[in-house]
Write a protein that binds this ligand. Structure first.
Ligand code: UDP
Length: 334
């Protein structure tokens, strides 16, 4: 079995590569290193540096390698940034996926597991969110993920390319061994930002709005451990390998934590003081997102095991405390 991982140098993609290699799968990685890190790539993976929008490059990789299935993580993924740069998001995420599917069609590759997002729902009609609820993205990012799902649907009907779309809720944590983890430049995600404040690398964390219609006024999210998330991708691939049809699944923990609760939990786990300020709401943020992952449990047999918020923060903390500068090796001035 050989899997092509697009975006295999990024936070979530690199965890997928490690977990696939753990189970003896051959892995080929494509990454343009725009946000990914060379050092996050597993040394046993075959690595091609390039952009998925470059069809000549993509054909070259598909010609060179024998590939059974694709895991597609290569996308821009920041809600706030997407509101400011929608065209960049449509280009990288939607057009990039079109090129990928074109090449998959040409090379007769029929199986793909890909990152979708809870951002496809927008402000949800109810929580917990089930896959049949309406999708009204409140950001260009969410819109690109919904468009990617729709393109996949039509490519299945026309060309028989079967897919599993996985709608991630808030992914956090790091590989238990602590050798890879989350490192975005600049960092925008809540858990790493809280931990950078705990490490003294930031003097405070700003809460984006405390006037939401929630118990403590701050946004509620459903946090899922990156290793549990990748386990679902591996089960999704089994589903496709067994001839299963195209499906969409939510991946979350079925529990919500507010921004304030996350800061409190991080204080408990790290024992460090975390200074907090309150700022404006961030554009595109829904107030509450909590998944129902019953469908993934029922159809894929998915059973997340690292669901406690303390475990998720502890694993992230192991990575951040041991790699305070992420993948940057030498930060001492010469
Ligand atoms: N958030 C915050 N301050 C920060 C970063 C994030 O209050 O410095 C909030 C953000 O408004 C959202 C939640 O934390 O409600 C999770 O944001 P993140 O960017 O981690 O993930 P997203 O929900 O955008 O996928």
């Amino acid at each position: 079995m050989s899997v092509l991982v697009l975006g295999g140098a990024g936070y979530i993609g690199s965890h997928a590569v490690h977990q696939l290699i753990d189970q003896q799968t051959k892995v080929i990685v494509i990454d343009n290193l725009q946000t990914g890190h060379q050092d996050a790539i597993h040394p046993q993976a075959v690595f091609y540096e390039g952009d998925i929008k470059d069809i000549t490059f993509m054909r070259h990789v598909f010609r060179n390698e024998s590939i059974d299935a694709v895991f597609h993580f290569a996308a821009n993924s920041l809600v706030g940034e997407s509101v400011e740069k929608p065209l960049e998001y449509f280009d990288n995420n939607v057009y990039g996926t079109q090129v990928l599917l074109q090449v998959m069609k040409e090379f007769d590759l029929k199986k793909i597991v890909f990152s979708s997002s809870a951002a496809t729902y927008g402000e949800p009609e109810d929580v917990p969110i089930t896959e049949d609820m309406s999708t009204n993205p409140s950001s260009p990012y969410g819109e690109t993920k919904l468009m990617m799902e729709k393109i996949m649907k039509w490519c299945d009907i026309a060309y028989g390319i079967r897919y599993v779309a996985l709608r991630y809720f808030n992914v956090a944590g790091a590989r238990r061994s602590g050798i890879i983890g989350e490192d975005h430049q600049p960092e925008t995600h809540l858990v790493p930002i809280i931990l950078q404040a705990a490490l003294g690398q930031r003097d405070h964390i700003t809460i984006f709005g405390d006037n939401y219609d929630t118990a403590d006024g701050t946004c509620i999210r459903d946090y899922i451990h990156v290793e549990d998330l990748i386990e679902a991708h591996i089960l999704a691939l089994d589903h496709l390998n067994k001839g299963g049809r195209s499906e969409t699944f939510n991946l979350g923990s079925n529990q919500g934590f507010s921004v304030k609760e996350m800061i409190e939990a991080a204080h408990t786990v790290t024992g460090k003081e975390i200074s907090v300020k309150t700022g404006e709401r961030r554009a595109g943020d829904p107030s509450i997102l909590i998944a129902s992952s019953k469908k993934a449990t029922a159809l894929l047999g998915w059973k997340p095991t690292r669901t406690s918020i303390e475990t998720i923060i502890q694993d992230a903390w192991n990575w951040h405390a041991n790699h305070p500068n992420g993948y940057l090796k030498d930060v001492t001035p010469k």
